[in-house]
Ligand binder design. Structure first.
Ligand code: KG4
Ligand code: ZN
Length: 340
């Protein structure tokens, strides 16, 4: 099976973003994302509300993706969807829709691992972006995951380190909540951090062995620190917001970079790619660039719109699996947890 033009519809619905993308031969023609604002008022994603919002959004989002791409749904070669990991109620919406549409159009169905997709987003065909050569190390940093993965080929990946408790995005979001910032607080911490002194308040770094991470202690340290300071000065947060955010971000980035240094040393691999929502963070992007001079790394950061959850990354995995004719059958089910 090798038609000249391979059109893939990618569907992402693992958490709180409903997204659909059309790719032609690995190039993105459209990538529509409907983010769910409803969760802001609850300070985190409410699974029940997320699945309902996906149900509302999925048809208009897919419709818009097809229209924006300027194609007809009959042109589609295959449909790729996020099978997991993620919230079950959310995954079920995308999975069921993908199955039904593939059945109606009589085209292949392709299951995609969301975490693999964050890594393979680097293989989206883009004019100004280089793709990493194999092998490389990928650090996936998001609201749900924190992993270092050794990538030997598109579908040959090994997790060599991961968080033993909270994900790094949770460390950002939960600390932001303590500071009274709305959800998701990661981008806001990033914004304030750029105005503050990163060495103003030293936060402790966790002592976790190997290449693993731990972020729950940091969140607790932030909580106790803020409670203590607010007792002494009720305006402490307002008066020091930029410095608190800068110090927190500095600590988190140090934790991430230290483990990357260790992973690079252990594996002898100097090609380093990042993916996942937290890779949008300006501090980690800067620290990674500095690693090129300091440690001789070659670094890869995806285009901004392919860092947070999006369907273009699902589409590129779909494209790569389509080339291998790696299709799934109609009794496939969504999985809240999947390993590589
Ligand atoms: O990949 P993603 O969109 O969803 C998950 O699969 O989790 O990641 C969302 C996470 C949130 O925790 C959000 O606060 C964080 O990425 N994030 C950031 C930034 N932009 C998004 N964290 C720090 N700095 C940013 N600029
Ligand atoms: Zn994600």
């Amino acid at each position: 099976m090798n038609p000249q033009k391979i059109y893939i519809l990618g569907i992402e619905s693992s958490c709180d973003d409903t997204s659909a993308a059309i790719l032609c031969n690995g190039k993105v023609l459209s990538n529509v994302v409907a983010s769910q604002k409803i969760h802001e008022q609850y300070g985190g994603v409410v699974p029940e509300l997320a699945s309902r919002a996906h149900q509302q959004n999925i048809v208009p989002v897919i419709d818009q993706a097809i229209k924006q791409a300027g194609i007809n749904k009959k042109d589609l070669s295959a449909i790729a969807f996020t099978q997991g990991p993620g919230l079950m109620g959310s995954l079920l919406v995308g999975t069921s829709f993908a199955k039904s549409l593939a059945l109606a159009l009589d085209i292949p169905l392709i299951d995609v691992n969301h975490m693999q997709a964050h890594i393979l987003a680097h293989f989206i065909e883009e004019d100004d972006f280089d793709k990493p050569e194999f092998p490389f190390l990928a650090m996936t940093i998001s609201g749900g995951h924190t992993q270092i993965v050794k990538v030997t080929d598109h579908f040959d990946m090994e997790v060599i380190g991961e968080t033993i408790d909270d994900a790094v995005g949770e460390a950002f979001d939960k600390s932001a909540k303590i500071l009274g910032l709305p959800y998701p607080g990661g981008p806001l911490i990033d914004q304030y951090a750029q105005l503050g002194n990163p060495k103003a308040f030293p936060f402790p770094k966790p002592k976790v062995g190997d290449l693993n991470f731990s972020f729950s202690g940091l969140k607790t340290a932030v909580l106790y620190f803020i409670q203590k300071m607010v007792k002494e000065n009720p305006d402490f947060i307002e008066e020091n917001r930029d410095d608190i955010c800068a110090s927190l971000q500095y600590t988190i980035i140090n934790i991430l970079i230290d483990k990357l240094k260790k992973a690079s040393k252990q594996t002898g691999i100097k090609r380093i790619a990042i993916g996942g929502g937290v890779s949008a963070n300006s501090g980690i992007r800067k620290a990674l660039k500095e690693g090129e001079h300091k440690y001789g790394w070659e670094t890869f950061v995806p285009k901004f719109e392919y860092t947070t959850d999006n369907a273009a990354m699902i589409g590129i995995v779909g494209h790569l699996k389509f080339l291998k004719e790696d299709f799934t059958d109609m009794n496939v089910v969504a999985k809240a947890r999947i390993k590589f």
